[in-house]
Design a protein around this ligand. Structure first.
Ligand SMILES: Nc1ncnc2c1ncn2[C@@H]1O[C@H](COP(=O)(O)OP(=O)(O)OP(=O)(O)O)[C@@H](O)[C@H]1O
Ligand SMILES: [Mg+2]
Length: 267
């Protein structure tokens, strides 16, 4: 059931994390053509003691990769480091074979890495359309056509294109944040707690969109407050504790790990 060792990423922390289930799933050829985003032994902090220490994760195309762990474990910090928002003091981030460590967020977006933070993910005073246009500004994409495509994916937005984002409901705002992140047709989408603070019915709707996005091809790396749901649907999950890799494996098999459920999920 479990064994020592990572899935070949070659980092010391991945080597010490416990792996549950069938690791072959992690090294299976991706069903979709696209690059894998790999964090290899990243150390990240805010100036003092690092809060993410030698963490390694991989997000494969066409797969949902979930990062779970207790509050303060360093999940958001890890995403920020991979998105270029925070500087990594050691380790590497690779997009396919290309080293993209510590590139600016703008350059990472041009390379196809889109990041949707948990807060401040839309401009409240701009309209829905303006927010979407801003999402494509960096790559100077054909925003008109892309907005039409995204409006059919997110019908709620279609009727709200001229409304300021501040007038949207929480769920609609998150849909807008997702759509904004998709304007650049990313190869990798990094999502920090996309369902946090939403009403239960809205949570399901947003989560269905997350699953539809991954089915459309990009690698989706998500930090989620609802550990049970995110692991249920995750092709691969990572448990971070105290800023370190602790456990990894196919999401449903992590959910079958009694210790994990007792310590980090409950119920
Ligand atoms: N801007 C900041 N400056 C200094 N320390 C920070 C900052 N943001 C987060 N931290 C600290 O870094 C650690 C990890 O925080 P992080 O937000 O990455 O955790 P998390 O796993 O995302 O937690 P949560 O589940 O609550 O979102 C915490 O101890 C937190 O207090
Ligand atoms: Mg967080």
């Amino acid at each position: 059931m479990s064994r020592e060792g990572g899935d070949g990423i070659g980092s010391t922390s991945a080597m010490s994390a416990r792996v549950v289930g069938n690791p072959a799933l992690a090294v299976a050829e991706p069903v979709v053509d696209g690059p894998t985003l790999s964090a290899d032994c990243l150390t990240i902090g805010y100036g003092g003691t690092p809060v993410v220490r030698e963490v390694s994760v991989r997000a494969r195309p066409g797969q949902l990769t979930a990062i779970v762990g207790p509050n303060g474990a360093g999940k958001s910090t890890l995403l920020k480091g991979m998105a270029g928002v925070l500087r990594c003091s050691s380790g590497r981030t690779l997009l396919g074979d290309d080293d993209v460590t510590n590139l600016t967020p703008e350059r990472l977006i041009r390379l196809g890495i889109s990041y949707v933070p948990q807060v401040s993910n839309v401009f409240a005073s701009l309209t829905v359309r303006e927010n979407l246009e801003m999402g494509a500004y960096i790559v100077r994409a054909n925003s008109k056509q892309r907005i039409e495509e995204l409006c059919s994916m997110f019908p709620d937005l279609k009727s709200s294109l001229h409304r300021p984002a501040r007038t949207l409901s929480g769920g609609q705002r998150m849909m807008l944040a997702l759509a904004r992140g998709l304007m650049v047709q990313p190869k990798v989408l990094l999502l920090d707690e996309p369902t946090a603070g939403l009403a239960p019915m809205v949570v399901e709707a947003v989560w269905e969109h997350v699953l539809a996005i991954k089915a459309s091809g990009p690698a989706v790396l998500v930090v989620e407050q609802n550990t049970r749901r995110s692991l249920r649907d995750a092709d691969w999950g990572y448990v971070l504790t105290n800023g370190r890799n602790n456990l990894e494996g196919p999401g449903p098999e992590l959910l079958a790990d009694k210790d994990l459920v007792r310590l980090y999920i409950g119920g």
